[in-house]
Ligand binder design. Structure first.
Ligand code: PGA
Length: 252
């Protein structure tokens, strides 16, 4: 299966000019992207400009989308509006949005709305803490089952799932993920998908990892962690580091 590396710029960089420079820094090197899909998920306001920059191998995505098509929803942007722009991917249920009240039910509606307009949802799941009784497995299972409820088997194979343990994300991370922890969870997620669909569909769903991914651990995680790619926060804002992660992502 072709691996994918997705940058999650979050609320960065500070200006549209910087966003263009950063994006061009990546596209300039796209001839080196072998066996790998690459995408940048950026703030809404930057999307039209990034989409104007010619890039055969770097897709553009959004960081969230609202499930209603149009109407009185102040501050929201619909999946339908993003599809008109020709956005290819959209993050759903990132832990930073879940912390602001996003529920599995909302993720479910967003996923359905995105699939309807042909945008690939990148569903983020992950536990807040690790516990010895392995409750974290149940937490992730519930997030997946609830968020994908009612999604057809055919549509399921188009979704990307990002395992993002909250304790490993961002500059406040408790620690980095261990390879075996990542491998266990990726396998477990594929098993959960197989149960709600079929083993062959589970096989076709890309399950990627996010949370303090950097050039050094990306090679180890892609080689031994069972991941189908990465969702990269901080290091997607640094062209050199992000290019290194892309290079490692295509190794296996
Ligand atoms: P990080 O963020 O790479 O900065 O830990 C990852 C994410 O939140 O998607």
């Amino acid at each position: 299966m072709k691996k994918i590396v997705i940058g999650n710029w979050k609320m960065n960089p500070a200006t549209i000019k910087e966003a263009e420079v950063l994006f061009k820094g990546i596209t300039k090197n796209q001839k080196d992207f072998k066996n790998i899909d690459v995408a940048i998920c950026a703030p809404y306001i930057y999307l039209p400009n990034l989409l104007k920059i010619k890039s055969r191998k770097v897709a553009v995505g959004a960081e969230d989308a609202y499930y209603e098509e149009v109407g009185a929803y102040t501050g929201n942007v619909s999946a339908k509006m993003l599809s008109v722009l020709k956005v290819k991917y959209c993050i759903v249920g990132h832990s930073e949005r879940r912390a602001m009240g996003e529920t599995d039910e909302m993720c479910n509606k967003k996923i359905n709305a995105l699939l309807k307009v042909g945008i690939t949802p990148v569903l983020c799941v992950g536990e807040k803490t690790r516990d010895e009784s392995h409750e974290y497995l149940n937490i992730v299972k519930k997030q997946i089952e609830n968020s994908l409820q009612g999604v057809s088997k055919n549509a399921l194979s188009k979704i990307i799932i990002a395992y993002e343990p909250v304790w490993a994300i961002g500059s406040n991370a408790v620690r980095e993920v261990e390879t075996f922890e990542c491998q266990e969870m990726i396998l477990y997620i594929k098993k959960v998908i197989a149960t709600i669909s079929s083993p062959s569909i589970a096989h076709s769903v890309r399950v990627i990892y996010g949370g303090s991914v950097h050039p050094q651990n990306s090679l180890e995680l892609i080689t031994n962690g069972g991941v189908d790619g990465f969702l990269v926060g901080r290091d997607s804002l640094d062209v050199k580091k992000f290019l290194n992660i892309i290079k490692n992502g295509g190794v296996k």
